[in-house]
Design a protein around this ligand. Structure first.
Ligand code: NAP
Length: 351
């Protein structure tokens, strides 16, 4: 079995997952954010054909119907059992009220035309006003000034309990994305089923060493989104991570691409990268190499703590606040249109 499809067992897998292969996550995944709707089905089909066995989807990406079409077409064409592939999706912020969790999940399963997910993640901490639609069309409700409309009535503990209730029929494992260490610590206080997985931005310039060590110490497997740093056009499309001279020289040394080096580095840390590509998905799958201990050490020294994805202002919740100065937090509060009372609810400001 190639390394890319080998599974990392979930230390926190619910007991019920043990009868399926979903008690582990393949070491490489295919990211579906920004796959154009008209191509997504063929791309997902092509990715499975190229060897990926792990698909990373989300309701907010607005392409789950097409992603599901690609998955189902490939399963049928190849006669592969559903249990051979691993599918993740994510609960959007407008579905966080306990009574809406099942609606968000049902919509995702209906769109994907799958009976169950291997992993269902809470997409971000915080919550937005629930719309009537759970398909992303009311994904970021805005007030008449264009500020996001938060939902302070959605309780994180109730959301988690509602996710736990979906196991094992509709979901084999549950987890979180974009949570900080302190947010995970809060969750662990009330979780009856511990998160199997944490998905965060992670790459050579944002190695998240403390967070990864903390998560792994709690049995929480870590998945890396945006493994190429700022290369996603939504972040400006900078090539700085893959053009880093160290990454380039290691690509030459190992006769692979710079993209292959940054993916292989994550894999060497027991972290699962989920690169997205319309044009190079096969090349990326084939680009994985075994790095030497010296290469890994050198890459560890290239960390810059540089984050490309922070939607605090767009979603009205101050993410990653542990790593921000109070000045930065105040600026983001103003840009997100939060009132002082709202900021106090989440302990962003004092009395
Ligand atoms: N949980 C979350 O909040 C969250 C947030 C962000 C992302 N994600 C997940 O993580 C996945 C990956 O992250 P991402 O989409 O932000 O970024 P990414 O995978 O780091 O980068 C994608 C960009 O890299 C380009 N690319 C990929 N391979 C390449 C290669 N070998 N040579 C040249 N260019 C290459 C792609 O271009 P082409 O497509 O044109 O080939 C695309 O523009 C997402 O699709 C999504 O599933 C999750």
């Amino acid at each position: 079995m190639p390394l890319q499809t080998e599974r990392i067992p979930f230390a926190n897998a619910p007991a019920t997952a043990a009868d399926t292969k979903s008690d582990g996550i393949p070491r490489l995944g295919y990211g579906c954010w920004n796959l154009p709707n008209e191509q997504a089905a063929d791309l997902v089909y092509g990715a499975l054909e190229a060897g990926y066995r792990h698909i990373d989807s989300a309701a907010i990406y607005g392409n789950e119907k097409e992603v599901g079409e690609g998955i189902n077409r490939w399963l049928k064409a190849t006669g592969t059992p559903r249990s051979e592939i691993f599918v993740t999706s994510k609960l959007w912020l407008n579905s966080k009220r306990a009574e809406n969790v099942a609606r968000g999940l049902t919509k995702t399963l209906d769109d994907l035309k799958l009976e169950y997910l291997d992993l269902y993640l809470i997409h971000w901490p915080g919550s937005l006003e629930a719309g009537q639609n759970f398909d992303g069309s009311a994904a970021i409700p805005q007030d008449d000034k264009g500020f996001p409309i938060r939902d302070y009535g959605a309780d994180e503990e109730d959301t988690w309990a509602a996710l736990e209730a979906q196991i094992p029929q509709k979901v084999k494992n549950i987890g979180i994305a974009n949570y900080t260490k302190s947010e995970i610590e809060d969750l662990l206080k009330y979780a009856k089923i511990k998160p199997s997985s944490l998905q965060v931005e992670c790459h050579v310039y944002l190695q998240q060493k403390d967070l990864v060590a903390f998560a792994q110490s709690k049995g929480i497997q870590v998945t890396a989104y945006s493994p190429f740093g700022g290369l996603n056009p939504t972040y400006g499309g900078t090539t700085e991570v893959v053009s880093d001279p160290l990454v380039q020289s290691l690509a030459t040394k190992h006769n692979t691409t710079p993209h292959g080096i940054v993916l292989s580095f994550l894999i060497s840390r027991n972290i699962v990268p989920i690169p997205k590509s319309v044009t190079k998905y096969k090349e990326n799958f084939d680009s994985i190499v075994k790095l030497d201990a010296d290469d890994v050490k050198a890459l560890e020294g290239a960390d810059k703590g540089k984050r490309y994805n922070d939607c605090s202002e767009m979603l009205g919740y101050i993410f990653f606040k542990d790593e921000k100065s109070s000045e930065q937090i105040l600026t983001q509060i103003a840009k997100a249109g939060l009132t002082r009372a709202q900021a106090k609810v989440e302990h962003l400001v004092g009395k």
